[in-house]
Design a protein around this ligand. Structure first.
Ligand SMILES: *Cc1c(COP(=O)(O)O)cnc(C)c1O
Length: 477
């Protein structure tokens, strides 16, 4: 035990050093890939080395390549940090080393997952009794939910896809918004439904699916009586826009189709009384995807797949083929996700929701949105800057127009190209500066900086410092 004690103390010290450095260090590291590789011994050692030395050197060699994404001024992609209790719960998860796939291999993991799943449903305002599975992320949650959808719509057409697969099955129509997240077509591809066969429904200027266009497409595209799945979105990855879920639910119900909602981060708006209106109608869907490792601020990795009628989720996923799970039956976590053996992924979700409570969760979501609005207000109209989206959630799209915003006097295409170049140059300069980090995207044909405020630690002061860094870079460009 002495060996364990020393090693765990040392590891706690290294973790503390990292966490203490996160606020002050450059947000994105400067080391080259060659330098990072050179920091590690390249040869598989012939003989085992001392654990303490291995861990110390792992921390030293990794440090120059670590991104301060758990810190308060990382705004790239949609990446949250980790609440303290979730890091602690994650440590315990590793120390416990439970195989959380089965009740019989870890009764505690099964019970925690059951409870965390129930809390997620409550936080999202979803019907109690829905099936919940904890996946690696939203990608696999989309996969899981769309597998349940595939199972259900084919069953209604008299086809058992679990037994027979897709060979000879009735074709399925799939509808997605034109700005669907890339993981939905990827999940469809893995499910044998084709990554490019989904019918793309036109979106509005914010990237939200047009309900009327969906209605028309459901009537007009292909055989309207065919098994049909609609995949809508709560939270566009660029703009944060929500598809009009209530109207979409109505249209989907009329068409007898399955409605899936990808709410990888937007789902959590439902936990805020101030933002819940954005998700109106979300509860009417048949399945939902969300992530815990984005906006719930738990460590990687954790996504959540939810299916209103749990029988379809179990039918698509269960290893034990227990399609009907009695209420008093202990839960086998592997019946709800594609994986068999796995870690107790819900432990961090339990810790997050318990340390936040309903009010803390709402405050986390609302504070991030308030900081997103602060970014937009401070930047819009300054130094040729234009905010491209309506900031309804935590996402801000920033465009840097050429010549400090004055007309170039050239062609429109020339102005667009110049704005693209200026925007990309400023993004690169901001990243080099190291005060903050935001990535680039293309929004309706225009290069833009994407700022996502998803971290529990981001304060108004962090926004002010980051705005200064952006304006510095814009002035120098
Ligand atoms: C991030 C995201 C995903 C993919 O999530 P992962 O956790 O990376 O698997 C899917 N859909 C949307 C809308 C997202 O924002």
């Amino acid at each position: 035990m002495d060996d364990w004690d020393d090693l765990l103390e040392q590891t706690a010290r290294l973790a503390r050093e990292w966490l203490a450095s996160v606020d002050g260090r450059r947000v994105f590291p400067e080391a080259s890939v060659e330098a990072l590789r050179a920091g590690f011994p390249q040869d598989l050692p012939e003989h085992g080395e001392d654990a303490s030395k291995v861990i110390e050197e792992l921390a030293r060699a990794a440090a120059p390549g670590l991104v301060a994404s758990p810190g308060p001024r990382y705004f790239g992609f949609v990446i949250g940090g980790s609440l303290p209790a979730t890091v602690a719960a994650d440590w315990l998860t590793s120390a416990w080393d439970q195989n959380a796939g089965l009740y019989v291999s870890s009764p505690a993991s099964s019970v925690i997952e059951e409870l965390a799943g129930r809390w997620v449903l409550e936080a999202g305002g979803l019907p109690a009794g829905a099936g919940v599975g904890f996946t690696t992320g939203a990608m696999m949650a989309n996969f899981t939910c769309l597998a349940a959808a595939r199972s259900a719509v084919l069953d209604r057409a008299g086809w058992d896809v679990e037994a027979l697969g897709l060979q000879g099955a009735p074709p399925i129509r799939v509808f997605v918004g034109d700005e669907v997240h890339a993981t939905v077509p990827a999940a469809l591809r893995l499910l044998g439904l084709g990554g490019k066969t989904a019918i793309r429904v036109p979106v509005d200027g914010q990237g939200a699916m047009r309900a009327e266009a969906l209605r028309e497409a459901l009537r007009g595209a292909g055989d309207a009586s065919a098994p049909t799945i609609v995949a809508a979105q709560a939270g566009n990855v660029n703009s944060g826009a929500f598809d009009p879920l209530d109207e979409i639910a109505e249209a989907t119900r009329e068409a007898g189709a399955w409605l899936h909602v990808d709410g990888a981060f937007g789902f959590w708006a439902a936990a805020s009384p101030a933002l819940r209106h954005l998700t109106r109608g979300m509860e009417r869907a048949d399945s939902w995807t969300t992530d815990a490792h984005k906006w719930l601020n738990v460590p990687y990795d954790c996504g959540i797949a939810i299916v209103a009628d749990p029988r379809w989720q179990a039918r698509a996923m269960a290893l034990s083929a227990a399609y009907l799970i009695a209420a008093d039956h202990a839960r086998d976590p592997y019946d709800w996700v594609p994986e068999s053996s796995r870690r107790g992924r819900a432990n961090t979700v339990y810790a997050a929701l318990r340390t936040l409570g309903r009010t803390g969760l709402a405050a986390l979501i609302e504070d991030d949105c308030a900081n997103a609005r602060r970014f937009a207000a401070a930047l819009d109209g300054t130094a040729g800057i234009r905010i491209l989206n309506d900031v309804v959630l935590n996402q801000v799209l920033v465009r840097f127009e050429p010549h400090g915003g004055e007309a170039a006097g050239g062609s429109a295409a020339g102005d667009t190209a110049a704005g693209d170049a200026r925007t990309r140059a400023i993004i690169a300069a901001v990243q080099r500066d190291g005060t903050m980090w935001a990535g680039g995207t293309t929004w309706h044909g225009l290069a833009a900086m994407r700022i996502s405020v998803s971290n529990w630690r981001t304060t108004e002061a962090d926004v002010a410092r980051s705005v200064e860094a952006i304006l510095r870079a814009a002035a120098a460009a």
